[in-house]
Structure formats: structure tokens, C-alpha cells
Design a binder for this molecule. Structure first.
Ligand code: DGY
Length: 324
């Protein structure tokens, strides 16, 4: 018998075709985020939930679907799911690590370049037909080559960022909960520094940690106060890692020079000033948004849920203790 799957949002066609072949699939017909009640209704009698990072999978929702055997997230981050509640019911929760590393690092580096070289501002000027011609003092940005890139978090995406930084002769310093071995640091060409030192000395500070209660507002008023006035903050991880109100204040008072942001505290809403501050480049959570990457994410999510439904431990289970 094919497992009964509820998918909360349309995903790339190759994945839909695979799911239709291997599962009994129900897809949210409306291309929007469903309410909790709608997800519960759609899930009744189903074995598997294939959800997105915008779906809040709470303890109440999990408790309301006794048939649920697996929660497969379409994303590497899983802070949208109450994993403790799923674990208490022995329901595996899975994610999609690895396949979105390069695409996300590309976006982080693109934001670094775009913010340093004022691409958003420049594009707005040209499109508004206000550009009056080349000017020796117009839109002078920040040099990237030879600057110091500070990485907060040195997992897969942080490491991919370090690889990109090499091509720009950046000096890369990093902080991570676990320090790499000397040989690994040499291979990546990076230097470990304490958290506060990375924050205070980076010309570009890029965030690559998971979001959890410990990383909530990891970058806030105290950190902005120590950053270089020329510093640029890059966030492609999760919005609430940065205190967005404190960020706006730091930008307004020129405690830091700019920010390149793919993620926000209360997506899709932004702290109002971020819509207008010129020294900010903002994009709509595009880190993994390539057709190839989203297809790989979907295939991984599908493999995870099929494994769980056949009683095996899924390849990417974030609560493996349920199998002990
Ligand atoms: C993830 O997978 O966590 C990303 O934020 C989605 O792009």
C-alpha cells in the first residue's frame, strides 16, 4: 500500500511526479500558506506530512492527527516544527541538509557584493531614469578584495562561503561552537577567533548558524555597538538571529555601514525602515531558490518520508533518538 501523503505547497514538477508514482498524494490546491486548521483537515487519515519552512507544525497540530507517522520538512532549517512534541509521539522529523549548501552560499556572497558595491541603490537609480551619467564621486562603495570576512557558524554553508571568499582574497576568520582541527583550518584557509572578536573585527559579518533559543537575537544592540562603522552584516540563515529593531538603529546611527538580508524576523513583513534605508539590500528568502536545488530538496524530503513510512530510519532524521 502506498503511504498517504499530504503536501502543503506545490514543489518542482519532477518531485511531484515522483511522489505521485510512489505515494497516494494530496496537494494543497491553493498556492498559499495553509492555516493550522487546514493542515489538520488535509492530514486526517494520512501517514505523512511534507511541509515547508513557512508551516508552523505545533504540538496541537501533531496531537490532532493520530495517523501521522512522519513529518518531512522541505528545508534544512526545522525551527517551524515542534520537534520535542513529535519526539514524544515517536514521530520522526526530517530535513534536507547538504543539497542547498552551494545555492545558499551563492546568495550570501551575492548579497555581500551587492551591499558592498551598492547594486540595489544603483539599479533603483537607473530604473527610475534619474541617472545623469558617470560621476567620479557617485555611489562609492566598499572594497571587497583583501577585506576581512567574519563567519558566525562554520557548518556546510559557512565552509562554502569560505571557499568563495578565497577567490576574492578575503581574510576569513570564523567562530563556531566546535573549533576545526588545525589541518582543517589550514585547508579552508580560515582562522578561529572568539565570537566577540569576529563580530568586532569583520568588515563583512555573515551568519551561518541554525536558529534555536540559543541563537535568538545573537546579533543585537551589544554586538552592533562593537562592530566596525564600515561593517556590513549578511544574513541568509534565519531572521530572528538578528534583532531587527536594533539593526535598524545601528544602520540609522551609522554604527554599521550596511546589511544584505535574505531573511527577516517576521517574514514576509520587514521592520518598516528596512524598506527605505538605502544601505540595505533585501531579497525575499531566496537562499535555496534554484530549480535544481529545490528539486533536490524535494527528492530528499520524499526519500525521507518513504523510508519512515516503510519503518526504516530516514536518511536525515533530526530526532534519531526515537529509533534507539
Ligand atoms: C531552509 O531550507 O532552511 C532554507 O531557509 C529554505 O531556503
Amino acid at each position: 500500500m502506498k503511504p498517504k501523503v499530504f503536501l502543503t505547497r506545490e514543489i518542482p514538477p519532477a518531485v511531484l511526479a515522483f511522489l505521485r508514482e510512489h505515494t497516494d498524494l494530496t496537494l494543497n490546491p491553493a498556492d498559499r500558506v495553509l492555516s493550522r486548521a487546514e493542515i489538520i483537515a488535509g492530514l486526517q487519515g494520512r501517514d505523512a506530512l511534507l511541509c515547508n519552512i513557512t508551516d508552523a507544525i505545533s504540538a496541537e497540530l501533531i496531537a490532532a492527527v493520530p495517523s501521522l507517522r512522519v513529518i518531512a520538512n522541505f528545508g534544512v532549517g526545522f525551527n517551524n516544527i515542534d520537534v520535542a512534541a513529535a519526539t514524544a509521539r515517536k514521530i520522526p522529523v526530517t530535513n534536507t541538509p547538504g543539497v542547498l549548501t552551494e545555492a545558499t552560499a551563492d546568495i550570501a556572497f551575492a548579497l555581500l557584493l551587492a551591499t558592498a558595491r551598492r547594486l540595489g541603490e544603483g539599479e533603483r537609480l537607473v530604473r527610475s531614469q534619474q541617472w545623469t551619467g558617470w560621476n567620479p564621486m557617485q555611489m562609492l562603495g566598499t572594497d571587497v578584495t583583501g577585506a576581512t570576512l567574519g563567519l558566525i557558524g562554520f557548518g556546510r554553508i559557512g565552509q562554502a562561503m569560505a571557499k568563495r571568499a578565497r577567490g576574492f582574497d578575503l581574510n576569513v576568520i570564523y567562530w563556531n561552537r566546535t573549533r576545526l582541527s588545525t589541518a582543517e583550518e589550514a585547508a579552508f584557509g580560515v582562522t578561529f577567533r572568539p565570537f566577540d572578536e569576529v563580530v568586532a573585527t569583520a568588515n563583512f559579518l555573515s551568519l551561518h548558524v541554525a536558529y534555536n533559543p540559543e541563537t535568538h537575537h545573537l546579533i543585537g544592540e551589544n554586538q552592533f555597538a562593537t562592530m566596525l562603522p564600515s561593517a556590513i552584516l549578511i544574513n541568509t540563515a534565519r531572521g530572528p538571529i538578528v534583532d531587527e529593531k536594533a539593526l535598524v538603529e545601528a544602520l540609522r546611527t551609522q554604527q554599521i555601514a550596511g546589511a544584505g538580508l535574505d531573511v527577516f524576523e517576521k517574514e514576509p513583513a520587514l521592520e518598516p525602515a528596512l524598506y527605505t534605508l538605502n544601505q540595505v539590500v533585501v531579497i525575499p528568502h531566496l537562499g535555496s531558490a534554484t530549480i535544481g536545488t529545490r528539486t533536490k530538496m524535494g527528492m530528499l524530503a520524499a526519500q525521507n518520508l518513504l523510508a519512515a513510512c516503510s519503518g526504516q530510519r530516514p536518511p536525515h532524521c533530526v530526532n534519531p533518538q526515537i529509533y534507539l
